[in-house]
Ligand binder design. Structure first.
Ligand code: SAM
Ligand code: SF4
Ligand code: SF4
Length: 338
């Protein structure tokens, strides 16, 4: 079957799967604890897509063009039995790349079993090296040292690692240079992510965003950086190399320099809804279809139709609008997967 393309000629290439809506952190820009408190109604086990369902869907998505799969959440390492899911996905013919995005806290016990199951690439989120600042940002007082130790451990096993840092003005922009120093010394790619207006609960404001240009300017006070073009269609990050080294820094500048025109990503929420944009307000309920007994042909048609009707380009349309919430009813990132 030919790869599906949407109404803006964008092929379906990537699938991001949220394997749980729960998290052991309460990052203020994602799951602020005032909203995700003790009585927050997270999903029950039976509401989550089962491994059989995920495996089945991944195979169908591959038939429509998907080559890259990423597991995310919530915190994906909280999903029980994850190594089994990894080995099932790596066994699917056509999946060329499988990655996982994590806050890293549970890597101490999970890095090895996941590696043994076939996982090779990790994106680990870390927003600051200062303990008080990081503890405040993650909402749980977790110390950066705890994550740094696990990064070293995962590296020693053999993982390819990238670090993600969400930058917010007045919160952690003073950490840009210390973080760049730390990861440059270790030869690890650090990616700076512009603070996004995902969901409706994270207090986003345009003036909290630190743009790629501003970050780059700061970095260039200390380093010589050369642009690098990886030439990968659908790549969301821009990369620069520290001159004279192989170490890169990346930028995911979805606010100041959006990349909707080459966005090839579909997202599956933990309860099996298909979203064609991170800022979507509605998803297509594939779980219900599966649990009503739909066969593969019906499911395939549903996915294909959803992708082929896609017109999403939220970040491009956001433009210069600096209103706090430009669209109501957006889905939270912990639910849809970042
Ligand atoms: N819990 C895992 C983690 O933190 O890596 C995976 C899920 S998290 C939603 C995925 C990524 O989204 C993380 O790198 C996180 O920093 C980023 N993220 C969450 N909220 C964000 C926001 N408002 N703006 C930009 N990035 C955000
Ligand atoms: Fe949890 Fe990741 Fe969201 Fe932080 S960014 S609250 S670690 S899901
Ligand atoms: Fe893709 Fe939507 Fe983000 Fe644009 S706003 S890059 S369409 S996920």
């Amino acid at each position: 079957m030919n790869p599906s393309t949407d109404l803006l000629e964008r092929p379906l290439r990537d699938l991001r799967i949220s394997v749980t809506d729960r998290c052991n952190f309460r990052c203020r820009y994602c799951m602020p604890k005032e909203i995700f408190g003790d009585d927050y109604a997270f999903m029950h086990g039976s509401e989550l897509l089962s491994f059989d369902e995920i495996e089945r869907l991944v195979s169908l998505f591959v038939g429509l063009g998907v080559r890259k799969v990423r597991l995310t959440g919530g915190e994906p390492l909280l999903r029980r039995g994850l190594p089994e899911l990894i080995s099932r996905i790596t066994a699917i013919q056509g999946v060329e790349d499988l990655g996982l995005t994590t806050n890293g806290l549970l890597l101490g016990s999970q890095a090895q079993p996941l590696y043994d199951a076939g996982l090779r690439r990790l994106n680990i989120s870390l927003d600051a090296l200062n303990p008080r600042r990081f503890g405040y940002m993650n909402g749980r007082g977790i110390k950066p040292e705890q994550i740094l130790k696990r990064i070293d451990y995962a590296r020693s096993i053999g993982y390819k690692i990238k670090i993600n840092m969400v930058v917010q003005k007045g919160m952690n922009d003073m950490e840009i240079l210390p973080m760049a120093d730390y990861f440059r010394e270790r030869g690890i790619t650090l990616r700076f992510i512009e603070f996004m207006d995902v969901g409706n609960d994270n207090g986003w404001r345009q003036d909290y965003v630190v743009s790629q240009d501003a970050i780059l300017k700061k970095l260039r006070t200390r380093y010589e950086l050369e642009p690098v073009h990886h030439g990968v269609y659908g790549e969301v990050a821009n990369y620069y190399r520290h001159a004279g080294t192989d170490t890169e820094v990346g930028f995911i500048s979805s606010v100041s320099n959006s990349f909707c025109s080459s966005c090839t990503r579909a997202r599956l929420s933990s309860e099996g809804k298909l979203y064609t944009c991170l800022f979507a307000t509605e998803g297509y309920d594939l779980r219900s279809l599966m649990r009503r007994g739909a066969d593969d042909a019906v499911l395939l048609q549903a996915i294909k139709r959803t992708w082929e009707h896609r017109l999403d380009q939220y970040s491009d349309e956001r433009g210069e609008d600096d209103q706090p919430q430009t669209r109501k009813g957006k889905i939270n990132m912990s639910y849809i997967g970042g």
